[in-house]
Design a protein around this ligand. Structure first.
Ligand code: 6LW
Length: 533
């Protein structure tokens, strides 16, 4: 026993050592580089470290921050907004809250610029360490979304935002956030709807203004213009749109909606683009459940010329191009035992959590959750923690014990796209019996898909994902044998059906459906395994 432990340990150490050490530049990587709901990526570099932020809407904490050495392998190092004072999300509707952020590094400080669409509007926060802590927000009185900050060489600072029919540029005082100059409309792109997601870069004496156009759907794109003057007029790049999958069919059509991009130059001089896109399933009509994810493409940007994205402005799941020297990180473990005092960065609450409803210490080794009055159907702070569905093929399993005395109380595992589109696999009392139930909510349609009695208030719940179906199982706590409860179509949780800007989250929750309660759910562990190769 001992020697096998020892040798496994040594092999593991060698593996970690060999994956953590930078190797030679390699050919090939897989898109998306950050998988599952991770839209609106924005990136900056400090020497050979890259940092990236994505949008997070009604989830808390807000704005995940990722770190990479090679642009291909990313590890989450924290969130920008971790305190209620930074991120009020009271009754934020689904896909409200935080829209697209921008991440910049200037004079020794990191800046995250964003919009809280559910309270406060535009703001920026600063930090010396991108892992946090981040400052309280500095609010900027400009009414728009998708803000960015651009520092010019003459010391002036500009706020760049989406502004109705085009992009607006406004001088601000970066110390106070006060608006100095008038808001000026500088460019509307090439005519796609919703010109947004602006970023300005200065290169070869030009101001380059890149934007997203076409809406964050199937006609999405990135376009770019340039000018000698920050206020324009901007000349459109003859290659525009420099990125789009709007006309992709066949093989490469499994990636759609590419756009909303940011550009970055690596230390070796090479240029790269990060952008959002989504992976679709089904054949005659497309659906996507994973939300918009973060993709990567190489960019050729010659001196005085225009940026060209991966040759023709499209990408594939398997990218056959040279990369920076690869630097892997250890993966998030498959099993979480809830032994630590804190949840890992992969877990999110829905809106500002009611903290006394959660404990990792009261019953050591368990995530204890007190049932909230609110249900998953309301834009409220329901007792819930969830993590992203990152692949179509996955297995999520948890061990649940539920101390309940009332038929109104329930706890379980949910697949949730938003508060009107979710599938709940739950445990509850029903008269003298205890049942496992699969409940469906698709817009105004709500029904119980299946239920079975169980002998104990302790069960294992399991959900398997595939491109077309989710399959729901339960077993007694000893896990001897899983029983299939039912199967449901994935498409009804897709963005095409549910709308919005997020992706499916796999959540653990507890609710008393509006009746005061102290019922407690105890989650002993959670396992999440995917078929990602
Ligand atoms: C993002 C904006 C957008 O801020 O979607 O459709 C918003 N456009 O660029 C949320 O991702």
């Amino acid at each position: 026993m001992r020697s096998s432990h020892f040798s496994i340990g040594v092999v593991r150490l060698i593996m970690i050592f060999s994956v953590c050490v930078s190797m030679h530049a390699q050919t090939g990587y897989k898109n998306p580089v950050i998988r599952g709901f991770n839209p609106d990526p924005s990136i900056c570099r400090v020497e050979d470290d890259f940092y990236l932020v994505t949008s997070s809407f009604e989830y808390f904490p807000g704005l995940p921050i990722y770190h990479s050495k090679d642009l291909v392998n990313w590890r989450q190092i924290g969130h920008c907004l971790t305190r209620d004072s930074q991120l009020p999300l009271h009754q934020a509707p689904a896909s409200g809250g935080l829209f697209a952020p921008s991440l910049r590094y200037h004079n020794g400080l990191f800046y995250v610029v964003c919009t809280n669409t559910s309270g406060g509007g535009n703001f920026y926060c600063t930090a010396t360490d991108p892992a946090g802590p981040w400052s309280e927000p500095v609010w900027v009185e400009i009414n728009s979304i998708d803000p960015d900050i651009f520092w010019d060489e003459d010391g002036k600072t500009y706020f760049v935002t989406q502004g109705g029919e085009g992009i607006r540029v406004t001088e601000i005082d970066i110390k106070t956030g006060k608006v100095i100059g008038p808001e000026r409309l500088v460019w509307g792109g090439i005519g796609g709807r919703f010109p947004e997601a602006p970023h300005i870069y200065k290169k070869d004496d030009f101001y380059y203004l890149m934007l997203g156009e076409g809406g964050t759907e199937y006609m999405h794109s990135a376009t770019i213009g340039r000018s000698r003057n920050i206020y324009g007029p901007y000349e459109s790049c003859p290659l525009n749109p420099i990125l789009t999958h709007a006309n992709r069919r066949g093989q490469s059509s499994s990636i759609q909606g590419t756009g909303h991009a940011d550009l970055i130059q690596a230390q070796d001089g090479s240029w790269w683009m990060v952008f959002l896109g989504f992976r679709v399933t089904h054949q005659w009509a497309y659906y996507h459940v994973l939300g918009r994810e973060t993709f990567l493409a190489p960019v050729d940007w010659p001196r005085g010329g225009w940026p060209q994205v991966n040759g023709n402005g499209t990408v594939s799941l398997d990218m056959n191009v040279p990369t920076l020297p690869l630097h892997l990180f250890e993966k998030t473990p498959v099993r979480v035992d809830f032994d630590d005092d804190k949840l890992g960065f992969e877990w999110q609450y829905l809106r500002n959590p009611v903290r006394e409803n959660y404990s990792l210490t009261e019953k050591k080794g368990f995530l204890q959750m007190t049932a909230s009055l609110f249900t998953l159907n309301e834009a409220e702070s329901v007792s819930f923690v969830g993590r992203r569905q990152t692949e179509h093929g996955f297995t999520a399993t948890t061990s649940l014990e539920f101390d309940s005395s009332d038929d109104n109380e329930e706890a379980g595992m949910t697949l949730i796209q938003n508060n009107t589109h979710h599938y709940d696999l739950l445990l509850k009392k029903s008269g003298e019996q205890i049942i496992v139930q699969l409940r469906v909510r698709i817009g105004s349609l709500a029904y119980i898909a299946a239920e079975q009695t169980v002998s104990d208030n302790k069960v294992l719940l399991k959900i398997e994902g595939s491109p077309y179906q989710y399959t729901f199982y339960f077993a007694d706590a000893k896990g001897q044998k899983y029983t299939e409860l039912s199967r449901l179509d994935t498409r009804y949780l897709s963005t095409e059906v549910a709308g919005g800007f997020t992706g499916v989250m796999i959540g653990l929750y507890a609710s008393s459906n509006g009746k005061p309660s102290q019922a407690k759910a105890y989650y002993d562990w959670f396992e999440y395994q995917t078929d990602e190769k």
